[in-house]
Design a protein around this ligand. Sequence first.
Ligand code: ZN
Ligand code: ZN
Length: 360
Amino acid sequence: MVARGPGAVGCAHCRELGADKSCAVCTHLVCERCAADWATCSEPSGRTFRIGRVSGSLIDVDPTGRYGLVKRRWRQLRLVDLRSLAWLERDLPSHGWGNLVPRVTSDGRVLRPEFDSVASNNGPIFSGIGEWRPDGGHRYTDVPQPMRATGMSAAEDWYWYVTDTELVALALLGDGASHCEVYEPLPRKVVQAVWFDPIRQLLASGTWGEIAIHRVVSDRLVLAGRVKTTGDTLSLQLGGGFLMARVRGGDLRGVTVWKLHDDFSVGPIAARFEHLECEALARDGRYVAVGMAGGSVIVQSLLTAEQTELRGHTDDVTYLGFAGAEQLLVTADDDHRVIVRPRTRTGYATALLPVDLAEV
Ligand SMILES: [Zn+2]
Ligand SMILES: [Zn+2]
């Protein structure tokens, strides 16, 4: 029998003898060289970096997970390449943002509602969508119905908004062509939140006290599911076999995730969160994630109901999104920190490598 001192242990990465360090990613014993080089580990790890020292907040990530849209000082916008961890060169124009959230597309275009000079009792009315391309080009597309100042949302490359007359407009803003459909999911009610699933042609809409799911069939809405609340609907999301809603007031205040039946009628509650800053539902319906004041991120598996707390933020979590076919979880905080975590076999990576963004 041979005594096994520390020097006799083989490195879990390169197999050489002399492993006496713990790999920060997979936690196996590795040699000093492998411990210092995260690329030698086959397990995925996240990246943590800051997008500014005194300002900079991440406000959107494109569906592929490549481009992050960052609001900088004086409301200037800039794109960051989350794959190469580098800034893109150009600042985008900053006028008239208000609380509108611009969106970034999978090919790096930035879209936002644009003002008309018309004002109504509900605030400014927007008559079109402005589009900035990575090559510096700009295009303006009229929308068929003026939109309210509630901003727009996006999934894949579809954009949607509520019109001045409580209709929901769904727009596909492809390169060179645009297409727009208008629906009335909640007749005679104020539409407070909307989510559209372009692949399954499902439209979720919410008002005070009620959330509805419609299927879009031959350009018409067919009611599939409905759930009652006792509050205002602040946001909605569909993912896999689940509906997520953020409600203000009433028994369901906070974020609730319901399981959907095969016909998209609303089933039992699968997850509940209160006192959170932001939330996201993976489009494949496997995970829901919420960001909390103080910086913690909770990820719950919707298959097993198991919850994991992810650490690494240094202030309140302000943005949270799944991207890249849900293989990435991107989170950001009030300390101008961004964390990009790849999906692992058991959730999302907990080991984080600090990096610096390359300057242009
Ligand atoms: Zn090694
Ligand atoms: Zn390792």
